[in-house]
Design a binder for this molecule. Sequence first.
Ligand SMILES: [Zn+2]
Length: 233
Amino acid sequence: MNRVLKLRQLATADAEFETKSRRYNAIRAALSDTSAIDQLQQAEQTSAAELKILRSTLRDRELELGTLQAKYKDVYQSLYSGAITLPKDLDNLHKESKSLEQRIGKLEEEVLSLMASVEEYEASHAVLAQETQEKLACQNTERAELLREGRELQPLLVELQKERQTLRTVVAPGDLKLYEELRAKKRDTPMAEMIDATCQVCRVSVPSHQASQVQTGDKVVLCIGCGRILYHA
Ligand SMILES: [Zn+2]
């Protein structure tokens, strides 16, 4: 096998490894980031807690109303039972019943308004809970998909790593050194294809004597424009 072909095989394996490992790392990062799920759950929990407070306030007011109504009933009965005859006592009872009536009226309004609020909140909470469930289901599907992809990638990366190591033992040490230097300098694209005596990365023409060397692939030729190792497919 000619020198350049060996380098090309190595470059292909390296590029595939880079792409797949970048994807693998992105998957791992996405799976470890649960902020979207946390946010959804947090919003639903907050809404549920607020609804709970509203319901509890309504219950308190209803109890308070029940107590006042019972008290009013007692006062009313005392007032009209005939058992109390002293005008001063009757007058006090009368005042108390009026005061209770007022408080009951206000409280009834408050209870009605709270009931309406609870109803409204229950409806919006139900919508939120439904949306949260749907979004969570969606998130879980996405995560399951990522997990599956990650599990498939892992053995492929192990294989590619082995292949890269093997290919590095096949390439001549001098060529490997040059290749690694270019790989570091040229952002993982150390090689460039030559078509019609032109470098396909930088579009610079390759002198004819070099172009024929590139075609045979027995000699490592660097592009005079971008410095990459030229190959002919
Ligand atoms: Zn070039």
